[in-house]
Ligand binder design. Structure first.
Ligand code: F6R
Length: 602
């Protein structure tokens, strides 16, 4: 989603800092970009639609400037064109904004009646005019920035420069992430630390309702009119962690990091004995039911988790899409544990869902990758996945880390309820040790996955089928494929096909069929035979050997491990087939069109 970067300091290379910072925020997704900087005491604005190259072409980075703000915009209000891109300027104020102002129409009409004329269709320009209008009476910038909080509804992270105070950036935050970076007499604002990581790893997180004045020497943060002194944090990753390290795409690098991510996510919980598994996790036994809220792939991880927790621990789990949950009638018993799953920890719908559960009096737990993110701070308890920084918009390693964490929760419950056989326990521990190696073996088969991708590249409709755990995996495989290769794809519960969708199967239609779930394998095979006999081109992903090989065209064999861990293997070929297909089609793999990494608006 939109990215913000800002610089104020004693160095004159502001324009370069802004452009470099925006480049590092590209992964969030955007469709226009712009900067505003001080040149010879005047605020200059440059902005262009399309990618950062277009902006770089109209900016002279050698111009001396020591204060400025920059923005990559992911269009919400108004087209992705030049006039709607940020920064916006009205009267004495220039600003960049991430978020959505819900009552902007009302404010806009009011300001128009007072003589303001708007150039763009954006909600952001309205905030800019509002600040200018309030400032005409108040003559106190900080007071006006604070007042925004009581007038404006919705979400915002704002970087503001006022003509009457050209040595400071003003910032404000509500429901959209914003940090302040510190490096001696240079200060920064950014949506995320990587934007400024070549300059500093020291930063302050702004909380909802915070506003700040930042100049080269000082950072002053306020909440409700009082100055506060937030902790200065150190970002744990280095620039090399957010480098492609020789891989052609971040997505490929992140797929290949999965053996390591699994080790890191599970290592503290699975030592030689299982004490840590119990001691380091919340007491899940006290809840009657688990409710998972999440979006996109995180929901799919939740659906795998549901199967694992219900089967291994005999605890009911319900999975809700956060964007639906937040407006559904609330049927949430007080003794349900509500788990929010999120890589970024900033997804607006998931954040709202966890707030609703909290307000209802429920215990909440975040399974989160980004440390200190909004959902991590909002949830009562947090279990961090250790996927490291994920840059590619389509999640791979963070999804696997979420599944691994849910498998640990299933195991924790099964052990603490004493309902798992010792022999099964031992087999799980053995498989856990071998799993990174098995993932690497699957990764080595990339040539075969490329061949499979080649064999389906001419088709525009690709189906994924499976039952039980395999259906949850089919959903993730299908999402991955469509979001990066732009091919239409659907995931179906294999038994549902003949209730309608099977009419779409014709000669050569690719069907990726997943058969790893022991309980329902024979049933899925019958469904595969039904599509095969109607001409489908079947790519079978399985951990089983079959004497009859007439019901599939390609077969990808997954090493056999305990069911608790098997999804972490099955997903690997699904990710790589999507990657290869996107590559064959020449798609923008790391930044698919229209998508954003961190969805901070609902
Ligand atoms: C798909 C994908 C998205 C995210 C979803 C939730 O590849 O990445 O579907 O899973 O937007 O994001 P987080 O996990 O950051 O809440």
């Amino acid at each position: 989603m939109c990215g913000i970067v800002g610089y104020v300091g004693k160095n004159n290379s502001c324009i370069k800092v802004l452009l470099d910072g925006l480049r590092r925020l590209e992964y969030r997704g955007y469709d226009s970009a712009g900067i505003a900087y001080l040149e010879n005491e005047k605020i200059v604005i440059k902005k262009e639609s399309g990618n950062l190259e277009n902006l770089s072409n109209v900016v002279d980075a050698s111009i001396d400037s020591n204060i400025g703000i920059g923005h990559t915009r992911w269009a919400t209000h108004g087209k992705a064109d030049r006039k709607n891109s940020h920064p916006h300027r009205m009267g004495k104020f220039t600003l960049v904004h991430n978020g959505i102002i819900e009552n902007y129409n009302e404010i806009k009409s009011d300001l128009m009646s007072k003589g303001y004329v708007f150039e763009s269709e954006t909600d952001t320009e309205v905030v800019c005019a509002l600040l200018d209008y309030m400032y005409r009476t108040d003559k106190d910038i900080l007071k006006c920035v604070r007042k925004l909080g009581s007038v404006v509804e919705g979400s915002y992270a704002l970087g503001i420069i006022c003509d009457d105070c050209k040595d400071s950036i003003f910032a404000a935050k509500k429901n959209s992430p914003l940090i302040i970076g510190l490096n001696g007499d240079e200060k920064f604002i950014a949506s995320d630390v990587p934007a400024i990581l070549d300059k500093t790893n020291k930063y302050i997180i702004l909380e909802d309702g915070d506003y700040a004045q930042i100049d080269a020497d000082n950072v002053r943060v306020f909440a409700e009119g009082k100055e506060k002194f937030p902790e200065v944090k150190e970002f744990e990753f280095s620039l090399s962690d957010i480098d492609k390290q020789g891989y052609e795409h971040y997505m490929l690098k992140e797929i290949h990091e999965q053996p390591e991510v699994f080790k890191k996510t599970t290592k503290d919980y699975l030592k030689d004995d299982l004490n840590n598994l119990i001691d380091m996790m919340p007491d899940f036994n006290k809840y009657s039911k688990i409710r998972i809220v999440a979006c996109g792939s995180a929901t799919h991880a939740g659906l795998v988790g549901r199967q694992l927790i219900e089967r291994f621990a005999n605890v009911k789990v319900e999975v809700n899409t956060a964007s639906e949950f937040r407006y559904d009638k609330l049927f949430l018993d007080k003794d349900e544990l509500v788990i929010a799953i999120s890589q970024s920890g900033e997804t607006a719908d998931t954040l709202e869902a966890i707030k609703i559960a909290k307000n209802n009096g429920n215990d909440t737990l975040g399974i989160i990758n980004a440390k200190g993110s909004s959902i991590a701070r909002e949830a009562k308890m947090v279990l961090y996945t250790e996927a490291g920084k994920e840059i590619a918009v389509a999640t791979t390693k963070a999804y696997s880390a979420q599944v691994a964490m849910l498998a640990l929760i299933a195991l924790n419950l099964a052990v603490s309820k004493n309902i798992i056989e010792k022999s099964e326990m031992l087999s799980i521990l053995r498989d856990t040790k071998n799993l990174p190696n098995y993932i690497s073996i699957l990764l080595d088969d990339d040539e075969y996955y490329r061949k499979v991708a080649e064999s389906i590249k001419e088709h525009n409709d690709i189906f994924f089928i499976g039952r039980g755990i395999d259906y949850a995996l089919a959903m993730e495989g299908s999402l991955k494929l469509k979001e990066i290769s732009y091919k239409h794809s659907e995931a179906y519960a294999a038994g549902e096909l003949k209730h309608g969708t099977i009419s779409l199967i014709e000669e050569g239609t690719p069907v990726i069929a997943i058969v790893t779930d022991e309980k329902v394998a024979s049933k899925t095979i019958s469904n595969i035979k039904e599509v095969k006999s109607r001409g489908a081109y079947v790519i079978l992903v399985t951990n089983k050997e079959f004497e009859d090989n007439s019901f599939y065209d390609e077969k990808i064999l997954i090493p056999k491990v305990n069911e608790l861990l098997s999804p972490l293997l099955t997903v690997i070929p699904l990710q790589i087939i999507s990657y290869e297909l996107a590559k064959i089609n020449g798609c923008s793999i790391d930044k698919p069109k229209n998508l954003a990494k961190s969805v901070t608006v609902e």
